[in-house]
Design a protein around this ligand. Sequence first.
Ligand code: PRP
Length: 215
Amino acid sequence: MKRYLTFALTKGRLAERTMDLFSSVGMECREMQDKGSRKLIFVNEEEKLRFFLAKGPDVPTYVEYGAADIGVSGKDIIMEENRSIYEVLDLGFGRCRMCIAGPKEAGELLQHQEMIRVATKYPRIAKDYFHNRKHQTVDIIKLNGSIELAPIVGLADVIVDIVETGSTLKENGLTVLEDICPLSARMVVNQVSMRMESQRIRKIIERLREALKAD
Ligand code: PRP
């Protein structure tokens, strides 16, 4: 008897895109299409698949502990959470980039290894970038959202944040000062599941990879 393979998805648009992709390779979940529902767990009995919706930063946690065999979340979250999981596939959607941004004049502060204040929702990514790649000692201030406010109201000199269209920065008189890395949705796998359910999981990865290539 096949056991259930459990998937942790990032609640919201990412989960919708993920289920569109999964449906295209025969891993649909009809239960999940009822938009009014507040249910958190959905099952595909025929394929023995189980899906649940979680907050982005919790997805790698569920996968590391094996509560989910497979997860889908943004590369930003995967880097920030730094869990012991395998990243196996770039799903290609949810594309954006991690950047240092601020007022144009702040560009100067990034050139001379000055002690500056950096506001971000991603302290690990910011610390790693400034410390290891720029060799600049900075004071990192963790915020939980609307990061663009920080340089405007004088909380920080620059921010480390996600830029998608760039309109939030533009509308607030800020600009990208340095690119840190490109981001997109990634599939991650629990390390034990990868061994115990190797054939099944590899087949899923292969099917998804083919579907993405054909796109
Ligand atoms: C994200 C990010 C930026 C914005 C970038 O915020 O933190 O603020 O989107 O998108 P843009 O380049 O297309 O303008 P999100 O909307 O997730 O909310 P948050 O401010 O609560 O983090």
